[in-house]
Design a protein around this ligand. Structure first.
Ligand code: DCP
Ligand code: MG
Length: 414
């Protein structure tokens, strides 16, 4: 491969690439005030405390921004800068209502919408792009729909990841549409002139510290040797900022509708007096939950059983799972352990099994755990089990859940 040969360098990127959009509405509160009161259109509208009171500006229309008014500025200052400004109080419930309508519009284009604030969202449109000529026409369609349905404008950034998408949406405000470059060399040039404070995670203190060391722009980060960045920032922050400075960001768009727990329960037709049968039911439920957990692509750190007795008294018992797991053996063992500890002798009406505290492999939670619980022999066993579980899942999906089971589960009777 020739270094600098574009096609070669683009290939792996093209295969892996995602298309992420970031939308940020323009002067959101002020634009809604102008929408609800047409007399305010074209005027310098300032939403927030009135200028004769203590308090700040929430936002200002672009007409007012021309006078230097901006969010978080004391209203008194805003009044001085913009004597003809029309001050209106914040009407949060109205903005929340419009925000809901906005998110509905976005979700009509893709279910993968991550709401960041009242007027801001990420969308992963990778999976729906084939329905459109290209990302640009999709972005235009989204803007058109927002304009048609909400009578408002927003700015969109289109990019291979969240970081670049967010930067891009801000480049051409208001009513902007910016497509970030996708080729590494161009991404680096695109980022180079930006102040270092634009890197996600560089707040006031880090910013000051970097500035004092002569690092003012993203280019300065790009050019500093990794060694040096590590000494200045520590291993984690250095790796993080260096990745961003080169336009790399693996964060996925999280919808927030994701399952936080998975469970399954069963009520007996007639209360069950046989603990062996209850245990058998519990194992079947655990097997189903384990299967659903693997399909969700997540790992669980808590297992739970639920038992309801004839008199409707209900108990739940939990057990931590370390390390986080999605394999049958760990979950079935947990179910049996929890059940046997209860040493139930009464008739059972309902039995349930569930997992919670779900996380995706590689999420911070897991990374922390890997540090706290370095690889144990049981992890190696887990890895073997995982392969077996996936093989069994495939058979179950093709031939039904009852088609195969495993001999796992402590002392399980088949
Ligand atoms: N907001 C606030 N206080 C702040 C910043 C913002 O109350 N310090 C509110 C008012 C904004 C809304 O949040 O309308 C959205 O924030 P943005 O930062 O997106 O600002 P705008 O949408 O007003 O303007 P822009 O066109 O710059 O996005
Ligand atoms: Mg905004």
């Amino acid at each position: 491969m020739t270094i600098g040969n574009r096609d070669d360098r683009q290939l792996p990127h093209t295969i892996m690439s995602r298309t992420i959009m970031h939308l940020d509405m323009d002067a959101f509160y002020a634009a809604i005030e102008q929408l609800d009161n047409p007399e305010l259109v074209g005027k310098p509208v300032i939403v927030g405390a009135s200028p004769d009171k203590r308090g700040v500006v929430a936002t200002a229309s672009y007409e007012a921004r021309a006078f230097g008014v901006h969010s978080a500025m004391p209203s008194r200052t805003a009044g001085r800068l913009c004597p003809n400004g029309v001050f209106v109080p914040v009407r949060m419930s109205r903005y929340a209502e419009v925000s809901g309508q906005l998110m509905d519009v976005l979700e009509s284009f893709t279910p993968l919408v991550e709401k960041i604030s009242v007027d801001e969202a990420f969308m992963d449109v990778t999976g729906v792009l084939h329905l459109w000529k290209d990302a640009l026409s999709l972005a235009r369609a989204i803007k058109d729909r927002i304009r048609a349905e909400l009578k408002l404008t927003g700015s969109i950034g289109v990019a291979p990841n969240k970081f670049l998408a967010k930067l891009s949406s801000d480049m051409d405000k208001p009513d902007g549409l910016t497509v970030a470059p996708t080729i590494e060399k161009e991404i680096i040039a695109f980022l180079a002139p930006l102040p270092v404070g634009r890197l996600w995670g560089v707040g006031g203190k880090t910013n000051e510290r970097l500035n004092s060391l002569g690092i003012h722009t993203v280019e300065h980060i790009q050019q500093r040797p990794m060694e040096e960045l590590r000494t200045i920032l520590g291993e984690r922050m250095a790796a993080h900022l260096s990745a961003l400075a080169h336009g790399r960001d693996e964060r996925s768009v999280e919808t927030g509708n994701e399952e936080k727990s998975i469970s399954n329960e069963m009520t007996y037709g007639e209360d069950c007096r046989d603990p062996a049968r209850v245990r058998e039911t519990l194992l079947r439920l655990a097997e189903k939950v384990s299967h659903r957990l693997r399909r969700s692509g997540k790992l669980a750190t808590t297992a739970q059983i639920k038992l309801r007795f004839s008199d409707f008294r209900t108990i739940t018992r939990q057990l931590p799972l370390q390390p986080a797991t999605d394999n049958d053996r760990s979950l079935l063992n947990a179910a049996v352990e929890l059940f046997e500890k209860e040493n139930v002798r009464e008739p059972i009406r309902l039995v349930g099994f569930g997992v919670s505290n779900l996380s995706r492999p590689g999420q911070a939670r897991d990374e922390e755990q890997q540090l706290l619980f370095p690889a144990l022999d049981s992890d190696l066993q887990d890895e073997k089990d995982t392969k077996l579980d996936h093989a069994l899942d495939e058979i179950r999906e093709r031939f039904g859940t009852g088609s195969v089971g495993r001999a796992g589960g402590k002392g399980r009777n088949r």
